[in-house]
Ligand binder design. Sequence first.
Ligand SMILES: *Cc1c(COP(=O)(O)O)cnc(C)c1O
Length: 395
Amino acid sequence: MKNSKGSLVRPDPLPESVSTPVVTPLSPSVVYASESPDELDSQYEGRVHGYTYSREGHPNADVVAKRLDAMEGAEGGVVTGSGMAAVSAVLMGLLAAGDHVIGGNQLYGRSLRLMKEDLPRMGIATTLADPGDVAAVAAAIRPETRMVLVEVVSNPTLRVADLDGLATLCKARGVLLAVDNTFTTPKSIRPFEHGADIVIHSVTKLLSGHSDVMLGYVVARDPELTEKMRIFAVTAGLTPSPFDCWLAERGMLTFDLRFDRAQATAVALADHLAGLPGVKRVLYPLRSDHPDRDRATALLGTQGCNMVSFELEGGRPQANAFARGAEGLSFAPTLGDVGTTLSHPASSSHRGMTAQERAAVGLSEGFFRVSVGLEEPGALLKVFSEAVAAATAVS
Ligand SMILES: *Cc1c(COP(=O)(O)O)cnc(C)c1O
């Protein structure tokens, strides 16, 4: 039996409606049918817009890209299947064998692995340097250096990159500055306004916000570079699924409110923790005792981030007691979720280092990183008071 459009198998098109849905429709179709070879020519030659095959692009990805473009003050950004897909599109889509790239020495763990293991295997040389020290980055530049890749606020010690200094340096030396803005988000800082050439996001984190989507985004100031990354992403299959894009868009509708709430609670939590017996130190970029406070204020204004790190007195027994005592919070290695999550670098992200190596970067057994969520602030502070008290009760 044929349907009314003549298809032997496929269902009828959706019923017509003069009213329109208020929610973006989900379009899981992998393929899009064109009318004729002439029409396909028009599509490929850009005279009309039309989708062909969803690895090359689909409506749900484009809706998310547009929203992120507007937030970053950019155009034509590429949505990818994860944050690491976006980082890979930058490094593998733009660099070639013989090039050299400098990475921040506290990049996200998998970005560090790309720098240390995978790029060298492909003939791309890498160096790590402190993104807060422009002179150190300058000293690492070679004639073949093509790019510097940094995060605005680093994980988990929350140090702040000297973005303005790096932008001046990179411009003078003809090097691209790529900035991973995942922790800070465009609510805190728009890296293009500080001279960045490329902006990267793990949309998985605060932007989607519910820990049910993996997604990434990347865009360059120069449309030719964005196009190169798009082509690489399509070829390497870094494309996102329509459903993940649909969920991400749903999350992004409330991003503004979620960020404000989590950020304000993070400020309160940092101050609260600093007053608790048994807490050795607290790290929050906008606190007066943070080593990068002035730079954080200049770059981020009053919107810091939702991340707070702190160090408990004692060692593993105290850390165990704290994690067990933090009732209602997830001890889980992610960030940006609606619920507060705790991570413990010594047993997770930094477990590959020796205790001495960790001590050198200030990551003892008592060090925790907190991604502040949307709990009622008073109730959240109470959980922390009780969990720290449980830790100090351990001898
Ligand atoms: C999580 C994260 C990534 C990787 O993103 P995924 O979506 O997990 O692939 C990259 N950079 C930073 C700063 C991150 O926090």
